[in-house]
Design a binder for this molecule. Sequence first.
Ligand code: M6R
Length: 608
Amino acid sequence: MCGIMGYIGHREATNVILDGLAKHEYRGYDSAGIAVVKDNEILEVRTIGRVSVLAAKVAAAGLTGEAGIGHTRWATHGGVSETNAHPHISSDKRVVLVHNGIIENAREIRKDLELRGIKFHTETDTESAVQYLGYVYNGDPKEAIVKLTKRIRGAFALVIMFYDRPGEIWTARKGSPLVVGHANGEGFCASDPTALLEYTRVVWFMDDDEIARITRERCEFFDFAGVPHNKEPMHLDWDAAMTSRGEYPHFMLKEIHEQPDVVAHTLLGRIAGGGVDLSRELSWTPEEAKKWRKIHFVACGTSHYATVAAAYIMENLGKFDIRTEVASEYRYRNMTIDSETLAVFVSQSGETADTLHAARLAKSRGAKCLVITNVRGSTIDREVGESIITPAGPEIGVAATKTFTAQITALTLLGMYLAKLRGELPEDSERRLISALMDIPGKLSLLLAKEKEIEELARDFADARGFFFIGRGIAYPPALEGALKLKEISYLHAEAYPAGEMKHGPIALLDKELPVVALVPKNSLWEKTVSNIEESMARRSPIIALATEGDNEIKQYTDHVIFTPATEPELYPFVAVIPLQLFAYYIARQRGCDIDMPRNLAKSVTVE
Ligand code: M6R
């Protein structure tokens, strides 16, 4: 979605803001803008396109200041145009703001203000907020913002400056993420904490219904009635270097390569004496674990596919009654959610609106809720209160990669821990799996060494019309994720099916221009999957097989084979996903796609 950056301090504000906006670009990037307040005047520059275009325009305009606000837009209301780009200024030129979210009653406010003679200039919902502020502002910013929060409905992170308050940045949040930071005479705010890492690690994640005032000296917080309250800062444990691409051409490739370390870090501190131990994070008793008869996994996109993999893994570990639900559907179904439900919400960003709303629903119905997220302090982490943090570090590429492996690592540990608490995990199974998990980072490194081979394979298939991904049992979840990766970044149609389901319809689509990527690990379902490969071959589909090292028979069916290291059967998704990520990456690269920022997508989806 949109990205926001605000700065006040001794540096050139436009430089800090442009740098912060560039770090937010992955969230949304059809237009951008920046405003500063100087000598009782609001000055701004806006443009269609990327932050680099904005930077050139800012330089050409000679825009400078000590405090300012900026925005990268991902259009929701109103087309992509310079006029609709943020920041927006009130007609009386006294207030400027940027906004992330949706103001639901914008039309009604606009109509009302137009009747009072206020002229609107854009098609955006945001303009209703700035015009309203201009209308009610009488020299007291807090009072005006309190009035605004009572007037607007919807989701918003607003960052506001007033023409006569050059030393103050104001923010208000409801539903859309915003983080505030401070360090030695400098104040900041941003949509994403990674934009602040270079300047400060001392941050406050804003809560819903909260207003902040940022000055060089301090950050102060108020509720929507304007009443001040104390708020403890958090210390960010990420490092600024983690947000750089280093020598890699794309963040996605860098993040794919980080996966051996990510798995190792996720295991760290969660294994004791050869067994799983999550007691540092979860104070669960065996009685509680036995009480949660139903397990609901709720997530979106890649995080959802991580939960599908987890369900297959966990069903082999204990007697679990598991449902994996897409968050946007979970809320609207009439499922039994009660105190016997353990609802696990998985979200890389911790800000996905669908997942957050689903968590609120489960909490209100009395379910025990747990979050697995990559961002400590994110909204879902704070709201649910019990979390397992995946230590994958910031993921900048829009296509999730390393966070998928971090999630399946955490989920596997969670499944084992629950089964152990329930007394259902035999000690030898626990040792076998822990030892296999500890071998995973080494196996992932072996897979990464096949990068060239996969690049060549991708070159052969970059002109395909589309792809099917098939797999049975534990090979099905990574097929889902492989197809998602490919469609997201290469814009090719890619669909995953349980291999046995192809004959029930999708097989009608197969022909020589539609390759099938078959995930065919050497397990008890190998023969059945091979039958499905043969069915596809009979329709002249080229086959790319992901087979287990040492499986020489597979060569009878296709010359296009990527071999994956053998592992314990349950852990197959770990070794399957890296070749599929690399395959998607190189197909997209071959096709000249914008890999880190694919069209129409945003990293963090904070609207429903
Ligand atoms: O931050 P989340 O894990 O909640 O995000 C969920 C999805 O939006 C996300 O996984 C999306 O599907 C990615 N683009 C996948 O690569």
